[in-house]
Design a protein around this ligand. Sequence first.
Ligand SMILES: Nc1ncnc2c1ncn2[C@@H]1O[C@H](COP(=O)(O)OP(=O)(O)OP(=O)(O)O)[C@@H](O)[C@H]1O
Ligand SMILES: CC(C)(CO)[C@@H](O)C(=O)[O-]
Ligand code: BAL
Length: 280
Amino acid sequence: MRIVHKLSDLRRAVAGLRGDGAAVALVPTMGALHAGHMALVEAAQASGAKVVASIFVNPKQFGPTEDLARYPRPAEADTKLLTEHGCDLLWMPGVDEMYPAGFATNVSVSGVSDGLDGAARPGHFDGVATVVAKLFNQVRPDAAYFGEKDFQQLAVIRRMVADLDFGLEIVGVPTVRESDGLALSSRNAYLSADERARAVALPLALTAAKRATEAGERGAIPAAMASLAAAGFAIDYVELVDAATLGEPVPGRPRRLLAAARIGTTRLIDNLPVAASTNV
Ligand SMILES: Nc1ncnc2c1ncn2[C@@H]1O[C@H](COP(=O)(O)OP(=O)(O)OP(=O)(O)O)[C@@H](O)[C@H]1O
Ligand SMILES: CC(C)(CO)[C@@H](O)C(=O)[O-]
Ligand code: BAL
């Protein structure tokens, strides 16, 4: 796997991958890679495309009191994992390469960025949209792969791609979980053993609330909040939204249950689809 740090080298390397007429798929990440990221790489490979992964810890999507400085950056382990998975090219720009002096543009996707994580992390989705727009223009892929774990992010990117005529396919990949149900996340590395044991309350609370809601029961959201609080989580939100507002008009699963909560200093997010109630 070739690794490039400069935009000029990236352009040449992508042109090389396309040499024999192959399609190119992009997997954008912030590194500290795990099996969730590898599911994106594998889905991209399954399409027959050459795969470009990017690793860039994007300062613009972190709030002033968030974890930019301590975000894990295990470059060697990341490179090894991508090589073992047969990734074709790794784009690893530095902050100065991505945002040279004088950089002054902001991409803001209104509506879909507003609630949930957009409300809890002001400016976050502007930072995501800005860097993802740049990644798309840098790599010019035919398709890009994102995880459903960051469900609102996926919706923001789909909206941006449609609105700005990027002309590439956005593919959402289902969330990869630990055996107890916790969604894989780079930030899980922050959890102490005790916090890790209690963190399973997040997928358990969402699963219980999903089942109760689908059965037509009332009070599922307050019950989920109570079980998260009992496990020691500080809750940012637990919300059931019309999936169409997040760009997922899938027949049979018209709603999405999303949550974000903090355990100690670690903020976790998760979400599940919710089918139409069988009891109304
Ligand atoms: N468990 C997972 N299953 C599927 N995709 C995932 C999973 N975790 C992350 N992704 C996807 O990988 C891409 C890169 O995400 P990122 O590098 O932020 O990893 P992360 O584990 O989500 O990290 P963080 O802890 O910062 O949220 C995103 O599209 C994200 O949705
Ligand atoms: C899409 C992304 C790579 C943009 O920095 C990031 O938000 C992430 O890792 O999900
Ligand atoms: N996984 C989304 C990136 C972030 O939390 O900043």
